[in-house]
Design a protein. Structure first.
Lengths: 124, 236
């Protein structure tokens, strides 16, 4: 995995693991690799992995079982909520950037529809 | 959280030239710290002061111990394999370490040798630059101490060796030990650093958490580090 040096590493690790969960690479209830193994695999600091996992545990996405390791939550409602939350974050970012270009809401929606339509044609 | 190292008002002069002046620095246990600065900024001098092999002014406390003569037992630093002739084989250096340092863990050394693909029958003079650095890493990490110092372990090293060295650091650094890695080219080690310390103008100019730099300035560690020098260039 390639990191963007401008963004806090713990945040990128969190997003990477969220991505793995939401795309089914890590299924609900799956055991996460040991912290040091994750650190070696991602070539990052053990403390940074610890911080990322700590935040995921606080958020209720990961559960920690003493002596057994860390697991993806089996609470699928919570995972659905996470997906919604990440979607909203992406939309917010895109919306704010388009809004900053002085586009109206209607223009943004029209632009997005046009983009999706064009994208569909390219893929055909 | 306890501290592994506390430096107060430390200075060092060589031939009447000030190398370091009024250095204050405290490092917590369990961190990987990047010691950054230009060539000649005093990074190696600072490391030598920490091991007690150079003597300056001020107070250096390692693991609660202020006696410079005791620091060698708390700090693992293999300075460029100085003092060994080119005819010495790697395995002979290792057995010397085993004799001199009671904390040298032979089993750990063997693991590191296997991981870093070191041929211990080679003579020091026959080692390539990358292989020499790997030997230094293996010797340094085989000791069980609270503070590890690595002086520019990546200078002039190919990317495959660099990756192996970085992985060995992540694998073998004990959780409660702190490691200081000096470098003048930052980007390759930035992802593994908890904190950065910048030596500039004969003192510690900056000591910050890496993720705090990214959060506060929206800058990568390398860009932030360069920005410190651009500022001073304008003042000159």
């Amino acid at each position: 995995m390639q990191f963007d040096d401008k963004v806090p590493i713990y945040y990128q690790i969190k997003n990477y693991l969220y991505h793995e969960m939401l795309t089914g690479q890590l299924t609900p209830g799956a055991k996460l690799p040991a912290i040091r193994q994750l650190a070696v695999d991602l070539t990052v600091n053990v403390n940074t992995v610890q911080r990322a996992l700590g935040e995921m545990i606080t958020a209720g996405i990961v559960t920690s079982k003493r002596g057994k390791g860390n697991f993806v939550t089996t609470d699928t409602a919570r995972l659905a909520q996470l997906k919604e939350q990440l979607t909203m974050e992406q939309l917010e970012r895109a919306y704010e950037q388009l809004h900053a270009l002085n586009l109206t809401d209607d223009e943004i929606i029209a632009g997005l529809k046009q983009y999706i339509a064009q994208r569909g044609q390219q893929h055909d | 959280m306890t501290n592994v190292l506390a430096i107060q008002h430390v200075g060092y002069k060589h031939n009447f030239k000030t190398i370091l002046h009024d250095v204050d620095l405290t490092l917590a246990t369990g961190k990987i710290v990047g010691l950054l600065g230009e060539n000649g900024a005093g990074k190696t001098t600072l490391m030598r002061l920490l091991t007690g092999s150079a003597k300056g002014s001020g107070t250096i406390t390692v693991c609660g111990d202020t006696q410079p003569a005791h620091h060698r037992s708390h700090v693992s630093f293999t300075e460029q394999l100085r003092g060994f002739s080119g005819n010495t084989r790697v395995e002979q250096v290792a057995s010397f370490y085993r004799t001199v340092y009671p904390d040298f863990d032979g089993a750990r050394f063997e693991e590191l040798v296997t991981f870093l693909q070191i041929d211990t029958s080679l003579k020091l003079a026959a080692l390539s630059k990358g292989m020499k650095e790997k030997v230094i890493i293996a010797l340094t990490l085989a000791r069980q101490v609270n503070l590890y110092l690595l002086d520019e372990p990546f200078s002039g090293i190919d990317s495959m060796s660099r990756k192996r060295i970085i992985s060995s650091i992540i694998k073998w650094k004990p959780d409660d030990a702190t490691m200081v890695i000096s470098d003048h080219y930052v980007s390759e080690i930035a992802p593994i650093l908890d904190e950065i310390v910048v030596v500039k103008d004969q003192t510690v100019a900056v000591h910050k958490a890496s993720d705090a730099v990214r959060e506060e300035f929206g800058l990568g560690i390398a860009d932030y580090y360069e920005s410190l020098y651009e500022g001073s260039a304008q003042r000159d």
